[in-house]
Ligand binder design. Structure first.
Ligand code: ATP
Ligand code: MG
Length: 334
């Protein structure tokens, strides 16, 4: 049986200025299994949102396009589907919570109407029943007075309420895959905890898989089963959450993991550690390993060729020619 979602050799390009093409996502591979939570981490600009927008086929028209690779949902390639077929997938199989709530909420319709529309598409319910279901969804995401809230427009809600409304909308179609791009970053800690709880409960109840994109390592530790680490448009390491946190193989991953909380510090929101230097511009990538300009372990041979993503027997993968000789440590393992 094919995996639930399999991204293979995905390449997504943007046209920037005079016919210049930039590969924001460059040969990305990963698998999402039914019921699991996969976290995608990496610094700003590493291609996490572009990867999820590619899966949803919601790249900006005429500017962004999938230029290579496949995205298979239960074996069916989404890249080659017509827009119409893809709309059906979006309403049913894959739901997405966007980094910015206003990108998915329509300012001219009430929240109740918007969720009801999703439900009507999915369940073929009549208008009244769909509206009732929308109210139930709002209640489910912890919105007080859901009947009243259903009649409000997005701008009448606080940021936290809007985020919950968007989550309700994404979950209304009971997707088998939920892509959550920084779903709780803008929310305060209490609401964040409530929403993470909600996502976990729904996952248990409906068995959906979650692709979770976040800068918050505390959330990764709490939510994820496996982790994909991205750098400059590529996957550089994958492993279980335990492996990534305690035994990273790639210097970039161990750099990111340096910010793991020790006991007592866990109340703080932990952002990914900043690594000295900057992510290279996609138009000015160094030859060889893309991370070598910032890597404390780089040698001349790291500049010779781009390291392949090496698939290990354990099911992990790593993109570094030196990983065998390095014994990387994080605070968590120290
Ligand atoms: P963040 O953590 O800040 O959300 P990210 O990993 O989600 O970062 P992406 O938004 O996926 O990063 O961006 C990856 C690259 O693609 C960046 O270099 C960005 O400039 C480029 N990019 C994204 N959208 C566009 C666009 N519409 N046109 C041109 N380039 C784009
Ligand atoms: Mg992003």
């Amino acid at each position: 049986e094919p995996p639930l979602l399999e991204v293979d050799d995905l390449q997504t390009s943007f046209i920037v200025g005079e016919g210049q093409d930039v590969r924001a996502v460059d040969g990305v591979n990963f698998v999402v299994r039914a019921g699991e939570t996969l976290a995608i981490v990496g610094e700003s600009g590493s291609g996490k949102s572009v990867t999820s927008l590619s899966i949803m086929r919601l790249l900006p028209k005429n500017i962004g396009r999938i230029s290579r690779g496949t995205i298979r949902l239960r074996g069916k390639d989404l890249v080659t589907l017509s827009d119409r077929e893809m709309r059906a997938i979006r309403g049913n199989d894959i739901g997405m919570i966007f980094q910015e709530p206003m990108t998915s909420l329509n300012p001219v319709h009430t929240i109740g109407t918007q969720i009801a529309e999703v439900v009507m598409q999915h369940d073929k319910l009549k208008k009244k029943a769909a509206h009732q279901r929308a109210i139930e969804m709002l209640e489910l995401v912890g919105i007080p007075e859901p009947v009243k809230r259903a009649d409000q427009y997005p701008h009448q809600m606080s940021g936290g309420m809007r985020q919950r409304a968007m989550i309700a909308m994404a979950l209304a179609c009971e997707p088998s895959v939920l892509i959550a791009d920084e779903p709780t970053t803008a929310l305060d800690v209490t609401i964040q905890a409530q929403i993470l709880d909600l996502m976990r409960n729904l996952q248990k109840k409906m068995g959906m898989a979650i692709v979770f994109i976040t800068h918050d390592l505390g959330v990764v530790a709490e939510m994820a089963d496996r982790v994909v680490v991205m750098y400059a448009g590529q996957v550089v390491e994958t492993g279980t959450v335990e492996e990534i946190f305690t035994r990273p193989l790639m210097p970039y991953t161990s750099g990111l993991m340096q910010s793991i909380p020790r006991m007592g510090e866990s109340e703080k929101k932990l952002r990914l550690q900043t690594i000295p230097g900057y992510v290279p511009l996609l138009t000015k990538l160094p030859g060889g390993c893309r991370f070598r300009t910032r890597c404390a372990f780089a040698e001349d041979r790291c500049a010779v060729a781009e390291p392949p993503l090496e698939e290990l027997e354990s099911g992990r993968s790593v993109r570094c020619i030196r990983w065998r000789e390095l014994e990387l440590k994080t605070k968590a393992s120290a």
